[in-house]
Design a protein around this ligand. Sequence first.
Ligand code: SAH
Length: 369
Amino acid sequence: MPSRPEPRSFCLDHAGVKAWLMDPDPEALQRLWSEADRIRQARVGEAVHLRGLVEISNHCLRHCLYCGLRAPSTGLERYRMEAGEILACAREAVRLGYGSVVLQGGEDPGLTRTFIAGVIRAIKQETPLAITLSLGERCDDDLLAWKEAGADRYLLRFETSDPQLYRRIHPDLPGIPSDRLAQLTRMRGMGYEIGTGVMVGIPGQTWDSLAFDILRFRDFDMDMIGMGPFLPSPRTPLGGHGSVAFLAPADQQVPNDELTTLKAVALTRLACPDANIPSTTALATLDRTQGRELALMRGANVVMPNVTPLHLRALYEIYPGKACLGESPAACQGCLEGRLHAIGRTVAKGPGGRKRALHEDAVSCDSNH
Ligand code: SAH
């Protein structure tokens, strides 16, 4: 009698992560989903942290090949919120019971050091919110000033761990080589909680490189890790037929689909058991019916509901067809709470920073779990 093959272990070396990413077998994947959910529950609990997302500017000086906000995007009306408008969104986040806000924007020099520091101070003076910034690559003097003003966290996805692909899709500014991992490391030294992430299935991303991305989250001990599918924007070079030239050979190219994104989320939870991991809007855009819930059931513990004023939201068009585009913050809150309760989860109270485990029960590569 041929013996049944041993089930795959949760050993997270490069070969192990890659094998899980490429595994199409629903029965095997059921074990991955259960393990990711078990670790999520044991390490970060049932409560889901809600962060109010404020998209404060869609100006951008970069030419990233994937993003609809890129400088050369024509026909996109540009906006930059006033300090008073941003503060009003923060108040709305407090009213809705959220513990933190994320101020995100294009890489916009119009968001000056003084302006952002003033906004941070005003929010901190008036509210108990934790403040996360996501404003792209900025100089250390800006980052230090914002930390001093009261910022708590910074999100900066490294987008891909493949240096050649990164340079192609995220061109340097003239004379300034882009090094997002170096900025993340410096920000950690300044006292920020640091968040990063990648897009799943961007043209040119191979199984090997996605596996390296996940190991890098662990090696850098990232506090927050966001992953969503790459969604092509017709405003960009990667949005149309031009992207074909970027694709890796068919057996190596990662697809930008829901299943692969969910595998990446689950494996990231195993690799980084106590990180804060959002169920992203990009995934909810791909699967409006249950994208949010599936990620939460397979490793994620954070959602970032949009609290940007409705008339500006459509202009923050990183990719088209964003989920929840027309939902008022109040409607969004009702919908979300319903969805969370339906899957047996609760809404977290408070700012929801990373809680480090006292001890690591790392998965050993010598045994199956
Ligand atoms: N300017 C900031 C914020 C960018 S938007 C910065 O560069 O960090 C936040 C994230 O959206 C990006 O880091 C990228 O990972 C993701 N994103 C951009 N374009 C996308 C697309 N077409 N599909 C899916 N995600 C995208």
